[in-house]
Design a protein around this ligand. Structure first.
Ligand code: IVH
Length: 678
């Protein structure tokens, strides 16, 4: 290959890689590389293009602003295109930017407006006669998506303009950035994780994902904020002569500008501000990836104009990436309150963005495989703002020969019960739910809860004190507390009376139902309904303990994965010990209704309307447990209709056909008669 064709191939490859990353970033909201890495590739391409201008490809991302607009929103062409900014990374480049401006404005004094470079999503807002009529994303800079309804849900953004000081323009187009402040982002991720929903990699993605919601109610529930950084159009003109003043003018209508906004008299001052802001970065409420420097005088801006798609009067001055290289010393497995095992890499401590990082979570074994991380490896660790540090990648080129593979432990590092991970699940868990010290609090809280063994007197305060005295190692210890009466009396504010009340409540809990007992064990996936089904189907603890996977899978309401969890639970020796101690302590129940005694066997029942005390699913399960089939429509074969509130056509039809109709109260008492309790 000639040198030129090699260069051409290299440029093509860079264009292709950048296009893939652009798609991931702008369209999928799932960036595949760090911004700083993207910038590096982009600059590499730009440098090659500058050297070989005749080889510049029309598809090059240096010719374009960003990604394509998604098709699901209406699109619109920006009257004033939304352009891009050049980047500088070092003081030398910053000074070169200033020199170029000075050369074009000979003998003029230049001041600089310094703003935060928000790491969010650029949008444009149209106000006609002071009313917000349109919100549009930047899209590809020429055409954006109309997201007015979502934009209106952003709390700190004025929907109407009014000011006692200044007249409201007939037309105002404000440009700015939508972002999710760090605190809101972290809260959203915690909430989503608890609900088992998608979490976001960073606030930028969370903001983008939220703004692109087709349902404005979802956008409204997300903590978004808008920061203004420019005026694209204003009629009549606002009369401000500088960038700084025009943004401050906007604040009179209630627009927010960033936490840091300055005018600098020289480019040296800008450099100083950059360093100060970099130090303050972690404390800012929003995520930024640098500062933006704009020639302050608006006339000078006009004189400088644009080069290609970037203004000559502004540039972004990016912060160095907050990533650092270090080595993995060890990988520990932590056991959470619900028994999940999380791998944590112990690192050779390293400063990342001003904070020393020595531990970083690797989430699960899948992540370990994805990263291909081994003990002894060199990894890059990054933080974005205050967000938890993460391993970015393993540097295979630095891998020493003696690295150690990481395996999921076979037994729990806390209690030595077997570790299990059913197929299709991402998380491994300790199977010693009742025994494992890491899961103690959660197991006890669940065991004493109302629908389990209902030990009302054993509240959080008691549990805390008892754990502190080391009197509760597992739930079976509840039933030997009476041997420690004297010690219990030493607990502050627990007198004779409260201790006696506690003992009474514990004594009372010994008489229970088989279903409540199964539920109390806290087996993963076994809620109240499943526990009831298991009780009805297996009848005795011995039968349940001995049940094999196939039999369990055939039990109504037991899914394949839950069946595995049940088997794992009863295979853990430690759990069996605790169960035995509970039974020995005197916990007992009446035999549940025999499955052969299915009083509604073969009958067809229908449920309609709203039930107030249970879900339709609960009602269906109860009927099924008694042998009935639950159907969705009334026919002459229907035995009985259970009608809740607002029953409609089904009720009419049943009455017409003379079919028995039962209200919710009667239904519940019938179920209770048959031993089906809510
Ligand atoms: S001014 C013609 N100011 O950076 C220049 N942009 O890389 C208009 N950004 O699309 C942009 N903070 O999304 C400007 N204070 C700021 C900014 C800012 C963040 C974003 C904006 C723009 C991108 C360009």
């Amino acid at each position: 290959m000639t040198q030129n064709s090699t260069i051409k191939a290299q440029m093509r490859q860079l264009i292709q890689i950048l296009a893939q990353h652009n798609h991931a970033y702008y369209v999928m909201d799932q960036p595949t590389i760090q911004d700083s890495e993207y910038d590096q590739l982009f600059h590499q391409l730009k440098a090659l293009e500058e050297q070989y201008p005749e080889e510049v490809h029309p598809d090059s991302p240096t010719r374009k602003v960003g990604g394509k607009a998604l098709s699901k929103f209406e699109t619109i062409t920006h009257v004033v295109p939304m352009l891009s900014l050049g980047n500088v990374f070092h003081q030398d480049d910053l000074f070169a930017f200033a020199r170029r401006a000075e050369e074009r404005l000979p003998n003029q004094n230049i001041q600089y407006d310094v703003e935060l470079k928000f790491d969010g999503l650029a949008i444009s807002l149209w106000y006609e006669h002071g009313i917000l009529v349109r919100g549009v994303t930047r899209g590809d800079g020429e055409t954006g998506e109309v997201i007015t309804e979502n934009v209106k849900t952003i709390r700190n953004l004025p929907k109407f303009l009014s000011s006692s000081q200044i007249p409201v323009p007939t037309l105002l187009e404000v440009r700015g950035e939508v972002l999710m402040p760090k605190a809101g982002f972290e809260k959203l991720n915690v909430e989503n994780a608890a609900k088992g929903e998608k979490t976001f990699a960073n606030p930028r993605n969370a903001a983008a994902g939220s703004l692109r919601q087709l349902d404005p109610a979802i956008a409204a529930s997300r903590p978004l904020a808008f920061y203004a950084y420019g005026i694209a159009q204003c009629e009549p003109h606002h009369k401000q002569t500088t960038m700084f003043d025009s943004l401050e003018w906007l604040t009179q209508f209630g627009f927010a500008v960033g936490e840091c906004h300055f005018v600098c008299d020289s480019i040296q001052d800008v450099q100083e501000k950059y360093e100060q802001i970099n130090l303050k970065r972690a404390k800012l409420s929003v995520e930024i990836d640098g500062i933006v420097i704009k020639v302050n005088d608006l006339k000078q801006q006009q004189q400088l104009g644009f080069l290609s798609r970037e203004p000559r009067w502004a540039t972004a001055y990016k912060f160095p990436a907050v990533a650092a290289l270090t080595t993995v010393e060890h990988i520990d497995w932590q056991v959470g309150r619900t028994g999940t095992l999380t791998p944590v890499a112990r690192l050779n401590p390293v400063a990342v963005g001003g904070v020393t990082v020595s531990n970083v979570t690797l989430h699960n074994i899948g992540e370990i495989h994805r990263l291909d991380v081994r003990i002894g490896d060199t990894v890059s660790v990054y933080r974005s703002g205050d967000v938890i540090p993460k391993v970015e990648k393993v540097w295979l080129e630095f891998r020493p020969e003696n690295t150690l593979d990481v395996h999921l432990p076979e037994t729990c590092p806390v209690c030595e019960s077997p570790v299990v991970m059913p197929e299709g699940e991402a998380l491994a868990r300790c199977s010693g739910g009742l025994y494992c010290a890491a899961q103690r609090i959660e197991a006890i809280r669940h065991f004493v809860s109302r629908k389990a063994l209902d030990i009302e007197g054993l509240g959080e305060r008691w549990v805390e004190s008892l754990l502190h005295l080391n009197l509760l190692k597992n739930v079976a210890d509840i039933y030997s507390l009476h041997q420690h009466r004297a010690q219990l009396l030493t607990i502050e504010k627990m007198g004779e009376k409260s201790v006696q009340n506690l003992f009474d409540a514990i004594e009372k809990s010994k008489k229970t139902t088989f279903a409540a007992f199964i539920y109390a064990l806290g087996i993963r996936g076994v809620g109240e309904t499943t526990a009831r089904m298991l009780a009805n189907n297996f009848q005795t603890l011995e039968a349940l303990k001995a049940a094999d996977l196939d039999t369990l899978k055939k039990t109504p309401d037991v899914g394949d994965i839950t069946a595995e969890w049940i088997v794992d639970f009863f295979q853990a020796e430690h759990n069996l010990e605790v169960i035995q101690r509970l039974v020995d302590a005197g916990i007992h129940w009446d035999a549940p209704l025999a499955p052969t005694r299915q009083p509604l066997n073969g009958e067809s029942w229908v449920i309609t309307g709203t039930l107030s005390q249970m879900g339709r699913d609960d009602a269906t399960h109860m009927l099924q447990a008694l042998g009935a089939r639950v159907s969705g429509s009334i026919s002459s074969k229907t035995k009985c209709l259970v009608a809740g509130e607002k029953a409609g056509s089904k009720l009419e039809k049943a009455e017409k056909l003379g079919i028995r109709v039962m209200n919710e109260t009667d239904f519940l008492s019938l179920m209770a008669e048959y031993g089906q309790l809510l």
